[in-house]
Design a protein around this ligand. Structure first.
Ligand code: ADP
Ligand code: MG
Length: 681
């Protein structure tokens, strides 16, 4: 305990701990001198002074200036941690993990001890932890257990400019507790110049600017729009790699997600193989949210002499992570964005043009250590005329059900008057209230019910939480938490190598035997794996990603722990699948759809044409009634993870939501085509 008080001498501290004294010490010394080269270092004392003086401080500094990694250390060295932890929020899991790893190295301590991170389903902290990096969503959840954040002395809401939903909600909550906790220090840090807005919101909090170093960046546009930006990106990578002097700087490419990154990675590997030793080595480093931890560190490894690194990144490299040595940025101009239609309650992830502010940030990544070049794969005309100035904050384009449930659990009832920096559309709030009411999480006065309180214990979407709580009644909580864990993994369970697609598809179809539907297929994958005692070999044989399965197991273990908290026993019903399907329906009844004569589906409540995703086990079967997990819009509006449903269940399980006329099977009465008005609001 004594070591955290009154400024720690980090070097000595680590030297005492390390068994290999001399090597560890030099490595640590190196890291310490690197710390001193960061732009923020010159402002260390001034910054600490300002923090001492003001309760709330807005901090602005160019990406890479050292805000995230250094400020918590400065505070620790200055003794703040003697009074409580320093919490630093990040909008992205990968950033929380990677930054905490870096800071633990710099401090010469083991990750999870003095420095740790907490992300959903993964807590890498201990009693010793004094610097805690976490996702903004996790801090939001901490309010449920500790409404005044009493164990914290400083809360740093980092990457505030990202304006994620959780960050926006945190703003309101921390602003509130700062009023009755004068000892709590609040730092709002941002990479962009939106600082005035933050300052205004926090009652004119002072702004501390860290002047950045930025070298000139040459911006290049294409002369005509690109038909295929992936193709164009790959061409540009090769042009840079071949034409520019070997080893003169690395390339950063912004792509929209894991799938694109994997595609580009594969093509690059294939083409460089053909080139043999004629050109310099090209080291390919992907980075995206679900990249396994072991591989994340690779992007930070220094590039060997004469070689060139190409980092294929999602938006995460825009401001959350700084990769040193980047000289070239390739910006296709897109990112994956959530969009939400409050009328229908449908949410989709869309590949959308970025904003000018994003484009500027991306370009800036190339000018950190020397003059850089940015290749925008769109025209100057596009840039000036088509791109919005700023990205719309997430709160204005997302489903709010989860956040509303959290706020209600915190006793915040009057949501329309919550202190939002930018308020969400009131239709979105109403829609969220409506959904939570339909799920019986709220009563008709909008107050949290006992069921709602239990649902809020789960760090999941309310429909998933409801499904779990409902499984108690159907005596199948054991199965349902496996389904929930598998659904939480996303689409990375099955893999399909190019040269073995038929085998992979056959293996996958095994789990769909009996046309059980996708949820049950996921359950079967999990239980079969469990039966083999979690065998890796079994995963290989069945074309299943072992890493995803391990993650599902971790999530499942945690859900099992949470069951206990809400007093649900682990029950199983191995011989009957209907109870499992009913529990799923109890959570997902708003997601029902009915087959049309045309072969497409129509959602029941807010009629919209949708299709079964080709990857579904039911894609060929086309059952009359289905329930789906989510909608994704690619070439069409697809339902992903689909299970067949008995329409009478809708009325049985959600009589307040569906009436008989909604589920009467008009389709069987041979209605003329195009007259699919089977439902009405
Ligand atoms: P800011 O938050 O102001 O954008 P950071 O504190 O994230 O700046 O970064 C400061 C420096 O630390 C950068 O040079 C960055 O490359 C380095 N850094 C951050 N995380 C890691 C990591 N995991 N491994 C290696 N270097 C890192
Ligand atoms: Mg940062």
């Amino acid at each position: 305990k004594a070591s955290v008080m009154g400024g720690v001498n980090v070097e000595q501290d680590a030297a005492v701990q390390s068994p290999e004294d001399s090597t560890a010490k030099t490595e640590l010394e190196n890291l310490q001198s690197v710390r001193k080269t960061l732009p923020i270092y010159a402002y260390r004392d001034g910054l600490l002074e300002a923090i001492n003086k003001y309760q709330v401080l807005v901090i602005v500094g160019e990406t890479g200036s050292g805000k995230t990694t250094q400020i918590p250390q400065y505070l620790h060295e200055a003794g703040f941690t003697a009074r409580g932890k320093i919490g630093c929020t990040q909008p992205r899991r990968v950033a929380a993990m990677s930054v905490s790893a870096r800071v633990s190295q710099e401090m010469g301590v083991k990750l999870g001890h003095e420095v740790g991170y907490s992300i959903r389903f993964e807590d890498c902290t201990s009693d010793k932890t004094v610097i805690k990096y976490m996702t903004d969503g996790m801090l939001l959840r901490e309010f449920l257990g500790e409404p005044d954040l009493a164990s914290y002395s400083v809360v740093m809401v980092d990457e505030a400019h990202e304006r994620t939903l959780s960050t926006d909600i945190l703003f309101g909550l921390v602003k509130d507790i700062a009023r009755f906790r004068p000892d709590l220090k609040l730092l709002i840090s941002s990479a962009t110049l939106d600082a005035e807005k933050f300052s205004d919101y926090f009652d004119s909090a002072p702004i501390f600017k860290i002047p950045g170093r930025r070298f000139p960046v040459e911006i290049n546009y294409t002369t005509a729009p690109e038909a295929d930006y992936l193709d164009a990106a790959i061409m540009t990578i090769f042009q840079i790699h071949v034409k520019q002097p070997p080893g003169d700087g690395d390339i950063l490419v912004f792509l929209t997600g894991q799938e694109e990154i994997e595609t580009v990675e594969e093509i690059l590997k294939h083409r460089t193989r053909g080139l043999g030793t004629k050109i310099a080595e090209l080291i390919i480093c992907p980075i995206y949210a679900n990249l396994p931890t072991e591989l994340q560190a690779k992007i930070f490894e220094p590039t060997p002499e004469g070689a060139r690194k190409v980092v294929l990144a999602t938006n995460i490299a825009e401001t959350s992570l700084t990769i040193d040595g980047i000289k070239y940025v390739i910006d296709p101009g897109f990112s994956k964005m959530k969009s939400y239609n409050p009328r229908t309650g449908m949410e989709s992830l869309l590949i959308t043009p970025i904003s000018k502010a994003s484009a500027e940030q991306r370009a800036g990544r190339s000018g950190r250590t020397g003059p850089g070049k940015c290749f925008r794969l769109y025209t100057a005309y596009n840039y000036y005329n088509d791109l919005d100035d700023n990205t719309v904050p997430e709160i204005q384009r997302t489903n709010l059900a989860n956040v509303v449930l959290t706020l209600k659990s915190l006793g915040i009832n009057d949501l329309l008057n919550f202190d939002f920096m930018d308020p969400p559309p009131s239709e979105s709030l109403l829609k969220a209230l409506e959904l939570l009411y339909a799920l019986s999480a709220l009563n008709k006065h909008g107050e949290l019910t006992k069921l709602g309180r239990r649902m809020a214990e789960f760090p999941l979407d309310p429909m998933l939480s409801k499904m779990i709580v409902a499984s108690d009644k159907y005596q199948c909580s054991d199965e349902i938490i496996s389904v929930a864990a598998m659904l939480s993994i996303g689409n990375s369970i099955f893999y399909r190598p190019k040269d073995k697609q038929v085998h992979a598809d056959n293996a996958r179809m095994n789990f769909h035997m009996g046309n059980v539907g996708d949820h049950i297929a996921l359950l079967k994958v999990y239980s079969s794996w469990k039966e083999t005692n979690f065998s890796t070999q079994w995963c290989y044989e069945n074309y299943i990603q072992v890493r995803s399965m391990k993650r599902a197991r971790d999530i499942r273990d945690q859900l099992e722990g949470l069951l206990e908290r809400v007093e649900i026993e682990l029950t199983t019903n191995p011989n009957d699948l209907d109870p499992v399907k009913k529990a799923i329906t109890a959570g997902f009844f708003p997601h029902s759809a009915r087959l049309q004569n045309s072969g497409s589906y129509r959602t029941v409540k807010h009629p919209q044409t949708v299709h079964i995703h080709p990857s579904s086990g039911l894609a060929q079967l086309l059952p009359r009634w289905v329930i789906y997990h989510e909608l994704v819009l690619t070439t069409k509006e697809y339902m992903r993870q689909v299970t067949e449903l008995k329409p009478e269940w809708l009325v049985e399980l959600a009589p307040h939501y569906y009436q008989l006329k909604d589920v009467e099977d008009l389709a069987s009465k041979k209605m003329p085509r195009g007259q699919g008005r089977a439902t009405k609001d």
